[in-house]
Design a binder for this molecule. Structure first.
Ligand SMILES: *Cc1c(COP(=O)(O)O)cnc(C)c1O
Length: 370
């Protein structure tokens, strides 16, 4: 656990807080924005002084490069309210590292680590009343950088805006998903931008997901861009399986996003003595595992929903069902799976939540306290 230094920067406070309009017991994801945002603009080769201002629309030239050529990157992270009222920002260092990796791929400059973490901490401190006190709630933080130079020609922008906005989120206990293994479309190809959190990756994923929905699925399980045979990700989450009692996830590559949740779950599994492997998972292996009954769990992992259990996987027109686990993480009503054992995804999620909400020690130094 680290206590974060707050960056000393100019703050313009809102005169119209939106706090009064929030129904804390019925929060839809992304419905409200907290009162303030952090801004810094890049021009003449340098970032200007960061500042915090009331949440408001940007003014942008219609010719701004981000609007035409997709030079945008973002992060998604969360802050949690601890029992003593302090706020915990989860793993901002790892999110900063990833932002720099995305920035390099998109030829964008990135603010200093000090501005990112210190500024974020100052923003969370100012908007701390926006961090839900409801069980399972969190403040979702969205740092992003966009190309702002006004120029219709295709080029690397000379001007950028870094901003952080935030949105309170209620507990998310996602319904188990029906997913389809995507064999035609690809999310990311070797040499592409799959490892970067850049806007274009998401727009390009809408159409296959829309087709999957029309076929009665909630999402697609992406396969590799070369053979369409190895699992890559589950929608916009990292994919995990439990096969023969081993937690399995595809290895990182340039077509897989290095998820902070993925990394955290692997660390927790190692500590709990749950066998885990980062290795390629082929569609054939999944099919065989369903036939033999050795696959017991499948789920997506990411910051927004934490863990999204999968109940059905569609492989080339045939649906394969997984054992039903209900009440994900909703203690004390955790239902056990086969052999009376608590499913791996529920064990991992429970531990992750307990660390983030300060209910058990944080041996990894993940929590940044504001
Ligand atoms: C953000 C994201 C994830 C999950 O990353 P987290 O850091 O765990 O939130 C996984 N896959 C894709 C494609 C993503 O954009």
């Amino acid at each position: 656990m680290e206590t974060t230094t707050l960056l000393n920067i100019p703050i313009e406070r809102t005169r119209h807080s939106g706090l009064g309009g929030v129904d804390w017991n019925h929060l839809a994801f992304g419905q409200h924005n907290a009162d303030h945002m952090l801004l810094s603009d890049y021009a003449n080769g340098a970032w200007g002084n960061p500042q915090i201002v009331p949440f408001a629309n940007f003014s942008l030239s219609p010719a701004a490069l981000c609007l035409h050529y997709g030079q945008t990157i973002f992060e998604g992270m969360k802050a949690f309210r601890l029992p003593d009222g302090k706020i915990n920002i989860f793993r901002p260092e790892k999110h900063y590292d990833r932002l720099t990796i995305s920035a390099e791929r998109l030829c964008m400059p990135v603010v200093s680590r000090e501005v990112f973490i210190g500024g974020l901490s100052r923003l969370v401190d100012l908007d701390r009343q926006w961090v839900p006190a409801t069980p399972g709630g969190a403040l979702y933080l969205r740092p992003f950088i966009i190309a702002t130079e006004a120029r219709l020609g295709v080029k690397i922008s000379d001007n950028y805006r870094f901003a952080v906005v935030s949105s309170p989120a209620g507990p998310l206990y996602p319904q188990p998903l029906r997913v389809k293994i995507e064999r035609s479309f690809v999310r990311a190809a070797r040499g592409g931008t799959g490892f970067a959190k850049c806007g274009g990756n998401y727009a390009a994923a809408f159409y296959p997901a829309k087709l999957a929905k029309e076929q009665g699925y909630d999402q697609v399980l992406w396969t590799d861009g070369k053979e369409n045979n190895f699992i890559e990700e589950s929608g916009t989450m990292n994919a995990f399986f439990v096969i023969d009692h081993v937690l399995v996830t595809p290895p990182l590559s340039d077509s897989i996003l290095d998820g902070v949740t993925r990394d955290s779950l692997l660390a927790l599994a190692a500590r709990a003595g749950i066998p885990a492997e980062e290795r390629p998972v082929s569609v054939d292996e999944l099919q065989a595992a369903f036939r033999k009954g050795t696959i017991t769990e499948a789920f997506g992992a990411g910051t927004a929903a934490v863990i999204s259990p999968i109940r059905t996987i569609g492989i080339d027109g045939v649906d394969y069902d997984l054992p039903a686990y209900n009440d994900l993480g909703q203690e004390p009503a955790i239902r056990s799976g086969r052999n009376g054992q608590v499913p791996v995804h529920i064990r991992l999620r429970t531990t992750l939540d307990r660390i983030r909400y300060g209910l058990e020690p944080d041996p990894f130094g993940w929590n940044h306290i504001v």
